[in-house]
Design a protein around this ligand. Structure first.
Ligand SMILES: C[S@@+](CC[C@H](N)C(=O)[O-])C[C@H]1O[C@@H](n2cnc3c(N)ncnc32)[C@H](O)[C@@H]1O
Ligand SMILES: O=C(O)C(=O)C[C@]1(C(=O)O)C=C[C@@H](O)C=C1
Length: 255
């Protein structure tokens, strides 16, 4: 992204009380740097989203980018697909994110039909879509709300459509999970975060980012009716899945 972004220094100094993490102005100002240094494979996932859209998005179809933050998914699709290939609606709860996403998209890809709206993805009205992306968003919803949201998304997805879900995950085996979390902290250290930053961010995310296991995600998506669910990417405790809605009488994953 070409917009000005500051280095993430939010948790560099010791805090008397670590407040719960929120997507406020301070986070928005350093968000591109934060996600690049905090989400293993973030850039690779975005790059592949364009490739997956080329394959699975119906020509001229509608895309939802739910929890769009600064619009990185829209930018990734616009980098690979021409303006006539899709329309996209990005939704985010944070007004600061929405304001900056609109400015970025207007300057980076003015020809593409991308709009950004402020709203809660649990309660907005949806229109039919060919591709729905939740790139590290579901993990921030109350677990009690996840089934209902994904059920609504399944119903608005066109037959033959796909849902792409990227999430921080928890491994069901305790020892495996501990190893993944430790190596994730090593990953953060290698990206310049101190032990203090890592531990204060961990506190801030408690009860805010609540990861599910891959088995929970797969069972939930299959239970809602998706014909096939594939984990196409995993890097430590971060993963991305693609879920296919069947096309009556056809193969669910036809391009
Ligand atoms: C980790 S960020 C998503 C990153 C982004 N998808 C990307 O690829 O760069 C999570 C986003 O979800 C948004 N969010 C959280 N709960 C939401 C809700 N109920 N409705 C809409 N957006 C929500 C947050 O404001 C935040 O911008
Ligand atoms: O789990 C962590 O420690 C993270 O920093 C992960 C994570 C995420 O997965 O969204 C949390 C908050 C920010 O949005 C960026 C990265």
């Amino acid at each position: 992204m070409s917009d000005a972004s500051y280095r993430d220094a939010i948790f560099t100094t010791p805090l008397d009380r670590v407040a719960s993490f929120s997507f406020d102005e301070q986070v928005v100002a350093c968000f591109p740097d934060m996600v690049r240094r905090s989400i293993p494979g973030y850039g690779q996932i975005l790059g592949m989203l364009g490739v997956l859209a080329e394959r699975h998005l119906r020509h001229g179809g509608h895309v939802y980018d739910l929890g769009c933050s600064l619009g990185a998914v829209g930018l990734a699709l616009a980098a690979r697909l021409p303006p006539e290939a899709f329309t996209l609606t990005g939704i985010d709860l944070s007004p600061a994110m929405v304001e900056r996403a609109r400015a970025t998209l207007a300057s980076e890809c003015p020809e593409h039909r991308i709009i950004i709206e402020q709203g809660d993805i649990r309660t907005i009205d949806y229109r039919p879509a060919s591709l729905i992306v939740l790139n590290f968003t579901l993990q921030f919803l109350d677990p009690a709300d996840r089934d209902a949201l994904l059920g609504r998304l399944y119903s608005v997805l066109e037959p033959g459509g796909v849902l792409i879900l990227s999430e921080k995950i928890v491994a069901e085996d305790e020892a495996e999970n501990a190893w993944l979390v430790e190596r994730y902290h090593d990953f953060k250290r290698a990206n310049g975060y101190s032990d203090l930053e890592i531990s204060q961010k961990r506190t801030a995310l408690e009860n805010v980012l609540r990861p599910d296991s891959l088995a929970t995600h797969h069972a939930r998506l299959a239970g809602l009716g998706f014909e096939r669910v594939t984990t196409w990417f995993q890097y430590l405790n971060f993963a991305s899945m693609i879920a296919f809605k069947a096309r009556p009488g056809g193969h669910p994953h036809d391009a």
